[in-house]
Design a protein around this ligand. Structure first.
Ligand code: ADP
Ligand code: ADP
Length: 223
């Protein structure tokens, strides 16, 4: 269970990106829909404990995770909207590196999991190639593999399907659905269809505020 209370964030340039967000999300797929600039990425980075809000709190399974991010990180998967710069390491080495950071200390189990994720994201053939040289779609799939390391209990996915072809997109959606049986998955997007097909529950974010919450068939009828 993810509980967000009174979360507010104002950037130094004066933009009030979040205005007192309150939201409780149970296990399963949850869609966060909003136009560009609504505050989705700010909220996603805050939930991933990569950015602190000005005020408010976030609890995951009862733990105050903004105060104690170390309690969340081992069970957190985060797929950012943009991936930044990768070092010239191979896909396999980089996944191993992230797996170690996540505390996956058993070498055999770790490698088995990395092999399975490379297979799942269709990257087995390029496992020894540098991620920095990957195409956009491949980087996207690599990001998915990275986010799924350690079988996260909270998975934060920010605008995921840009750069995926329709088949990859389907595959990724199926994967999220399977995972969501015992994981809180928050899917942030400006694409209504992504949420309609996947999420039994959703909210609409506009100008830093939750303006509606409920089932997609009811909410998207308002749009
Ligand atoms: P999004 O597509 O989620 O709206 P943007 O493309 O606006 O994100 O932003 C991309 C990156 O630039 C993010 O890391 C964001 O924090 C940063 N950014 C966005 N707007 C500004 C701004 N006005 N000043 C400084 N950084 C910004
Ligand atoms: P979304 O993901 O819904 O597009 P963002 O969270 O990226 O929304 O941005 C919300 C607002 O905050 C936008 O007006 C954006 O320009 C601004 N913003 C985002 N990141 C920064 C930043 N690092 N510095 C200043 N303003 C930012």
């Amino acid at each position: 269970m993810l509980e967000i209370r009174n979360l507010s964030k104002r950037y130094p340039n004066g933009v009030q990106a979040l205005k007192g967000i309150n939201l409780t999300v149970a296990t399963g797929m949850f869609g966060l829909l909003g136009p560009n600039g609504a505050g989705k990425s700010t909220l996603m980075r805050t939930l991933a404990t990569l950015q602190l809000p000005d005020s408010g709190q976030v609890r995951f399974n009862g733990n105050q995770v903004l105060r104690q991010p170390q309690l969340l990180r081992p069970v957190l998967g985060y797929l950012p909207q943009d991936f930044g710069v990768y070092p010239g390491m191979s896909a396999f080495s980089l996944l191993e590196h992230f797996a170690l950071l996540k505390g996956l200390s058993d070498k055999k189990a770790r490698r088995r999991q990395i092999d399975a994720l490379l297979e799942l994201t269709n990257l087995s053939r390029v496992r020894n190639k540098a991620v920095s040289g990957f195409s956009g779609g491949m980087k996207q799939r690599f990001g998915i593999a990275q986010a799924l390391l350690g079988a996260p209990k909270l998975l934060i996915v920010d605008e995921p399907t840009a750069g995926l072809d329709p088949e990859e997109r389907n595959r990724f959606h199926n994967l999220l659905s399977d995972l969501s049986e015992n994981t809180v998955v928050i899917l942030s997007t400006h694409i209504v269809e992504d949420i309609n097909n996947l999420c039994p529950d959703m909210a609409i974010l506009a100008q830093g505020e939750i303006i509606a919450r409920g089932a997609p068939d009811k909410l998207t009828a308002m749009l």
